[in-house]
Design a protein around this ligand. Sequence first.
Ligand SMILES: [Zn+2]
Length: 242
Amino acid sequence: MNFDERVRRKNEFDGNLVYGTKQFNLLTGRHRHLGYRQKHDNQWINAKKGLIHNKFAEKRRCPLCGADYFDTLFLKEGFPHQKCRVCELVYVSPILNREVYMRWSRNERTYVSVLKTKVQTKMQTLKSIYILDILRLYLNKRSVVDVCDIGCGPGVLLSEAKKRKYNAFGIEPNKKCHKLLEKKGIDYTRDFFPLKEYGRKKFDCVFLLNVLEHMRNPVEMAKATKKNIENPRSYLHFSAQY
Ligand SMILES: [Zn+2]
């Protein structure tokens, strides 16, 4: 697939381009989700200081180089955005602590409602087909293909993988998504990654789509993922080219 073909196909599943942002938000119920978040995410914010409450907060070093030497650029919804003085990565610190984040991930409902809409599913399906087409370039006509999707949500990508006769496995903490995965007959675990029970399971490909940037420690996450990959060299190649 050449560059122009990739751009054309990626534009086909960009809802903001296809429908226009306003219409896309209405069709997927994002306006309701964003309204709900604005109202309820305030529970974490100390209104006087405009920052997240200490009891919910966890400071972190630069997730890329580990330095603790930064300039604060701006504040967004109570979260300070810092620029590392060593490697220049812009990152959030403090973040929600592990316990609050895990509870929120398990119980989140309004974004899952967005994911369930017809239009969002259509965009997600086109994206999944595109991603699996790219993956196929690296599979060397393997007869058995095992894929894992970390943060698989309602399982659109894994459903498409199953249509290609791949063995599909999902990792998803959200309770509402569990029901949807069960309906689709997708094998999954509700554990958080890295997995205790499936720690030694090997896959030909592990997807981290819209996931890595939400992790408290993405470098550790990538290292842990590598342990679950059959052939780490081809994985690194794939992620560099996507
Ligand atoms: Zn850094």
